[in-house]
Design a protein. Structure first.
Length: 475
């Protein structure tokens, strides 16, 4: 559901009582958590329980299960409702808020409300936003900055997706999927990459890329932009930003980078690299997460911290202490010699990056992947490329499309992806019955193998079921 952004964006302390419709999601729960910690009266509702709700209830936030107009009975004139983009047009709470003329905000305006008064560090890009936001947060925490942060996943080190800090910095994941990043006014921005996605929102690849160019206008002219220039889209954006007079720092392995990353070494679940800022060697960083894309994310986060004036050694310790976020190459456990991981990748480039990382972790073992396509529109556009990316696995199970925000389309199913996987017959399985997948994975996996559940939907629930069938427990 698209809720317009109001012309005037009020700070959180002027919103009155705030009710979140879809409070169980990663984005809205983060905003609600920060507001509640700052003393704003917060309530919310969701159609099902989620892992984000217990910690909100611990803060005293009433979280209703199910949507009902009666949940807004405590709101009056001057109070606010924040609505998830996943809400349906006929949501009874949305209809009640509109009928009563309450202030109704999209999640982007809700996040802007808690950003007010802070120096915002916005992390944008097609892929890697959650991990990079988390890495930057950990680096700044170790450097003593105590930032407020809002991340699209649970930060393993803190157990939360958001926290209200005492410092003046606000680290935020700036999502482009619905144009939310065009609402914020960051002091500095980090762009991981720019590759077409969310074309259900933007229509064309050209319009999608143009949104990132428009995002440049939101950055404080006295601030700066960090780009991972190994990515062609981010490199193009960096050139546009420089032409506009914005300070830009390019990061990567390529010759055009201002901050170079060299000597990459991947060993199991670790990734090591050396950093040089121009002609000045800074040192070596050893991450506890695997994969080249995570190296680039970490290097970009490091540069943001350096340009803010923090020291390399403090920032390095923060990066090296990062143990991941939920659903980003997350280790679920091991049983009967089979390791089980879970990741959120749902775009062809994300799939390729995570399979490269998983291959390093698997070592001599095989890589068995269960992939669930996410969104009908994305599968329609990128389904063949998804299948091609999955060829990096040894054996692939493809589930049907996870429906979110869209209705089913009989012409767009997981079969479209499965038929595009260029592996020999017998190594690709299209399974419509999701409940049968855990047993199939158990039957396919052998001791030493790595099973990876992949996708942005409820495929994440399968890993623990696999471990249980193997006689193990979740990590």
């Amino acid at each position: 559901m698209r809720i317009p952004v109001p012309d005037e964006l009020l700070p959180a302390d002027r919103l009155g009582r705030v009710h979140f419709i879809g409070i169980g999601g990663a984005a809205l729960s983060a905003i609600a958590r920060i507001m509640a910690a700052r003393g704003v009266p917060v309530t919310g509702s969701d159609d099902h329980d989620t892992p984000f709700l217990p910690s909100l209830r611990d803060l005293g936030v009433t979280c209703h299960l199910g949507y009902d107009a009666a949940h807004l009975a405590h709101l009056g004139e001057g109070d606010t409702v924040v609505v998830t983009t996943a809400a349906r047009e006929d949501n009874p709470e949305v209809l009640e808020a509109q009928r009563r003329g309450l202030r109704v905000l999209p999640r982007s305006a809700g996040l802007a409300a808690v950003m007010d008064g802070s120096r915002v560090l916005a992390v944008a890009g097609t892929h890697g936003k959650t991990t990079t936001t988390s890495l930057l947060t950990m680096a700044l925490l170790e450097a003593g900055a105590d930032p407020t942060y809002a991340v699209g996943g649970v930060l393993s080190a803190t157990g939360h997706n958001a926290q209200a800090g005492d410092g003046d910095l606000f680290v935020a994941e700036a999502d482009e999927s619905d144009g939310a990043f065009l609402v914020y006014r960051p002091h500095a921005a980090l762009v991981t990459n720019v590759a077409a996605d969310h074309l259900d929102q933007w229509g064309t690849e050209e319009a999608y890329r143009a949104a990132f160019v428009e995002f440049l206008d939101r950055i404080d002219p006295a601030g700066f932009l960090v780009c991972c220039v190994d990515d062609p889209g981010a490199a193009d954006l960096a050139r546009v930003a420089r032409d506009r007079g914005l300070e830009v720092v390019g990061v990567g392995e390529s010759e055009g980078a201002d901050v170079h990353v060299t000597d990459l070494v991947f060993d199991g679940t670790t990734s090591a690299f050396t950093v040089a800022d121009g002609e000045t060697g800074l040192g070596r960083v050893i991450l506890q997460i695997p994969g080249r894309h995570y190296v680039l994310d970490a290097a970009a986060a490091l540069v943001v911290g350096l340009r803010l004036g923090y020291g390399f050694e403090d920032l390095r310790r923060g990066l090296e202490s990062f143990s991941g976020t939920k659903r980003r190459m997350e280790r679920k456990g091991e049983a009967a010699g089979v390791r089980v991981y879970d990741s959120y990748a749902h775009h062809p480039r994300e799939i390729a990056g995570d399979l490269q990382a998983a291959r390093a972790v698997a070592g001599e073992g095989r890589l068995v992947v269960a992939y669930q396509p996410h969104l009908v529109s994305r599968t329609r556009i990128f389904g063949v490329e998804m299948g091609q990316a999955l060829a990096a696995a040894d054996e692939v199970v493809v589930l049907d499309v996870y429906l979110a925000r869209e209705d089913a389309d009989a012409a767009v199913t997981g079969r479209l992806v499965a038929e595009a996987v260029p592996l020999p017959d017998g190594l690709v399985h299209y399974v419509e019955d999701r409940d049968s997948v855990p047993q199939l994975l158990v039957d396919l996996a052998e001791p030493g193998d790595l099973v990876l559940t992949l996708g942005a939907g409820d495929v994440t629930e399968l890993g623990p079921q696999v471990l249980s069938l193997l006689g193990g427990t979740v990590a």
